[in-house]
Design a protein around this ligand. Structure first.
Ligand code: PHE
Length: 343
């Protein structure tokens, strides 16, 4: 090995060692650096020392002298770092002061939106009754939002004034509604999506946003949330529907809840009802329900002679508002922290 090469290696070593000792922030890091550079068996200084034997004879004195200088410099750097670490009040000492036996402090990271809390609560209750959660898209096609739900093209529920249709290239302005995509106006769409790909029995709920062009006021919002329930099996009746809704109400409100049905009409259920719930002496309208119309069962390939089913759709905001005594639905969407903090 040429003298120049050996000296270059020494310089390199001196520089890296000095840097490593300087950077060591605590005794652990310092010890690791010591082993790397000054380790008796396989330290880097030892490795470079082996090169000394290969330097040609006449150059040996010069090489040896430089080696000793570098060795001393590295040892001095280590010594300095040791003193610095001992004196420092840096992170090493802070870390030692950490007491893992002291109880932790829960960080203030906020909490769930009241609507989300209601959704989670409803899922828990219905989950205990054996209903699994199904999801569907918020941008729907006419088949799932209307057609398969027994709502034919000329039905007033498909009117552009009642729905948020997406402006699609194929649909000329003012043409008959029903083609193209729309923001779903009800979660009943998910009934169809589930039944299309499952054989009965079916026992699902679906919770999510729905959209209707209503003018916002205390009780209306162009976007709100629904919980849809669907149970299809042999010999399902209105009595099952009423029992499940009553259980849901009693579990949610922790009290005696009564369910009242008023005759109504939905194209996808027959008979159809409006659901009222009574809690703490007051009746409140919760949504619609009924027995799944045979046409709907046929649309998804079920045999209405073999299975029957009930379906319901409730307004999630209503449930949450009734629970907390909130009287304006718009509060939910304004992100007023003083309002949200209360739940
Ligand atoms: N989809 C109906 C609505 O949005 C509610 C409903 C669901 C009615 C299921 C009957 C059965 O008003």
């Amino acid at each position: 090995m040429a003298l120049a090469e050996f000296l270059a290696e020494l310089d390199d070593l001196a520089q890296s060692a000095a840097a490593a000792f300087q950077l060591a922030a605590d005794p652990h890091a310092l010890e690791a650096a010591r082993i790397e550079f000054l380790g008796a068996k396989s330290g880097r200084l030892k490795a470079v020392q082996k090169g000394l034997g290969k330097v040609p004879g006449p150059d040996k004195p010069a090489a040896g002298k430089r080696f000793n200088e570098v060795k001393q410099a590295i040892e001095a750097a280590f010594q300095a770092a040791t003193e610095r670490c001992a004196a420092s009040k840096g992170p090493a000492k802070e870390a030692l002061r950490f007491d893992p036996t002291v109880p932790g402090v829960r960080p203030a990271i906020g909490h769930l939106h009241p609507i989300t809390q209601t959704i989670e609560h409803l899922k828990d209750i219905m989950g205990r009754l054996g209903f699994t959660v199904a999801d569907g898209p918020e941008v729907e096609d006419a088949w799932h939002n209307f057609e398969a739900l027994n709502i034919p093209p000329e039905h007033p529920a498909r009117d552009p004034l009642e729905n948020f249709y997406l402006a699609t290239a194929g649909r000329a302005a003012g043409s008959a509604a029903g083609d193209g995509l729309l923001l779903r106006s009800q979660t009943s769409t998910v009934q169809i999506r589930v039944m299309e790909k499952t054989r009965p029995p079916v026992r699902i709920i679906s919770l999510g946003r729905v959209y209707r062009p209503d003018k916002p006021d205390k009780t209306h919002s162009p976007m709100f949330h629904q919980i849809e329930g669907l149970l299809v099996d042999r010999r399902v009746t209105m009595a099952d529907l009423k029992s499940v809704l009553r259980l849901l109400g009693m579990s949610y409100f922790h009290g005696d809840v009564h369910i009242r049905f008023r005759p109504s009409f939905f194209p996808f259920t027959e008979p159809s009802v409006e659901i009222d719930m009574q809690w703490q002496g007051r009746w409140i309208e919760m949504g619609g329900a009924g027995m799944v119309d045979p046409n709907v069962l046929r649309a998804v390939g079920y045999d209405p002679e073999e299975v029957t089913g009930f379906a319901f759709g409730l307004g999630i905001e209503r449930i949450c508002m009734r629970q907390h005594g909130i009287d304006d639905i718009r509060e939910f969407y304004e992100n007023n922290v003083r309002f949200l903090h209360q739940f």
